[in-house]
Design a protein around this ligand. Structure first.
Ligand SMILES: [Zn+2]
Length: 424
């Protein structure tokens, strides 16, 4: 047989190489690249069994069912439990659940626990309520100590896996004493980086999107400074309703409700109020930080010593940052405005997730911006939507076993420290 060799001209070879390269680029950017990114960001599968695994829940309905079961369990054990559900949106079955266990005799101490002020963070909050009732409650002197739980303060955010509520409002920037005198343009940094924090249009191809984010971050950091970008965010903003960390322009429904609960406690019978608001997403990974209000006058060192707990942010800490409109500052300000003589300790338990190193902070920022953008302009790409969702989950509710077990350990240690110091 004659060996037929097809000889191509140099021109044709070049065209084929170009075509193959283009095909490879298209394949890489549209199919392989996004899949590789998704595989890289996907959270690990949740282990079947670990400490408290049955209390790490995944839907708002599960959280409410679990709360009902908890109330039943407490009643079965002989406790008096009063419950109330406040409707944020009846049609969408969105409720704030209020559970009160009065002290049996003297009204000395009232422990107030709030969860889900930032919707997504209500999942770890829900777990910690179980941990509280399993590990802490049995040791309490219920003769003189009452317990008040306000669970799922932002039920919309819990149901739809968002930090914000039904009006895109960040409730932990919405607790303002007097809106009339409040300066809505108090955040001077946000407008400078608004375009970076609120990009317009849908997120397109995942691969180009990743590259584009870092390029625009580099540009912003160079023009306005990296500190401006993070300051613009954390303090909250009141001018851009579609933006991130938007604090609203008046009391949200959930806020009105929680404010009235706080007021009731300040004019109520208990003389000593200890409030813990449970959050996640800020601080070092595998560490829960007790983040005190600026109105608490104990220093970081004093607090750590008193509580026997190392991870403290107090008003004098280097990493302390002031926020506007958060629940803990509000509680103190309300007490002073009402001239209440109650003793009050109101603090925030913050579970670190991504971490607090330089690059972790950038990632947290990215996930925050992407999720808000995806919420306003849902992407056409299923894989892009998945990536955004996985990242957001990692930002507030990691699946990793080691992380989850450590949250339980830290919560118990911190709660014991606080109560040992603050209970009478
Ligand atoms: Zn939070």
């Amino acid at each position: 047989m004659e060996d037929k060799k097809i000889k191509l001209s140099k021109g044709k070879t070049a065209i084929i190489i170009v075509c193959l390269s283009l095909a490879a680029i298209i394949l890489l950017s549209t199919i392989i690249g996004p899949h590789v990114i998704l595989a890289a960001v996907r959270q690990p599968e949740v282990a079947k069994e670990y400490n408290y695994s049955e209390y790490f829940l995944n839907t708002y309905d599960e959280v409410r069912e679990n709360l009902c079961a908890r109330v039943q369990k407490l009643r079965d054990s002989g406790a008096t439990v009063e419950t109330e559900s406040y409707a944020v949106d009846e049609d969408d079955d969105l409720y704030i659940d209020n559970i009160y266990l009065p002290s049996k005799k003297e009204r000395t101490n009232l422990i107030v626990l709030t969860t889900g002020v930032h919707g997504m963070e209500g999942y770890i909050g829900s777990t910690m309520l179980d941990v509280f009732f399993e590990e802490i409650y049995p040791e309490l002197d219920t003769e003189n100590t009452g317990i008040l739980v306000v669970a799922n303060v932002n039920p919309y955010g819990m149901k739809y896996y968002r930090r914000y509520n039904e009006n895109n409002v960040d409730l932990n920037r919405n607790f303002i004493i007097d809106w009339e005198s409040f300066d809505l343009s108090s955040n001077k940094e946000y407008p400078k980086v608004k375009n970076f924090l609120q990009p317009e249009g849908k997120i397109g191809n995942a691969l180009w999107h990743e590259a584009g984010f870092y390029l625009s971050l580099a540009k912003e950091a160079l023009t306005v400074g990296a500190d401006t970008v993070s300051d613009a965010l954390l303090t909250g903003q009141y001018e851009y309703p579609e933006g991130v960390y938007y604090g609203g322009n008046g009391d949200e429904k959930s806020t009105t409700y929680l404010k009235s609960v706080f007021e009731d406690t300040l004019s109520g019978e208990y003389e000593n109020i200890i409030h813990v608001d449970i959050h996640s997403g800020y601080g070092p990974r595998y560490n829960m930080v007790i983040f005190n209000s600026v109105y608490d006058k104990m220093t970081e060192k004093e607090t750590a010593k008193a509580f026997g707990y190392d991870n403290i942010i107090a008003y004098d800490s280097e990493s302390f940052y002031a926020t506007t409109g958060d629940t803990t500052d509000f509680y103190y300000r309300l007490r002073d405005a009402k001239k209440s003589d109650k003793e009050l300790f109101s603090t925030c338990f913050e579970f670190g997730t991504i971490g607090d190193e330089f690059f972790d902070t950038i990632l947290s920022l990215k996930y925050t911006i992407d999720e808000n953008r995806q919420n306003k302009y849902p992407s056409d790409s299923k894989i892009t939507s998945e990536i955004v969702k996985e990242n957001y989950m990692e930002l507030y509710y990691p699946t990793e076993t080691e992380w989850r077990e450590k949250t339980v350990e830290d919560f118990v240690a911190a709660m014991n420290g606080v109560l040992k110091t603050k209970l009478k």
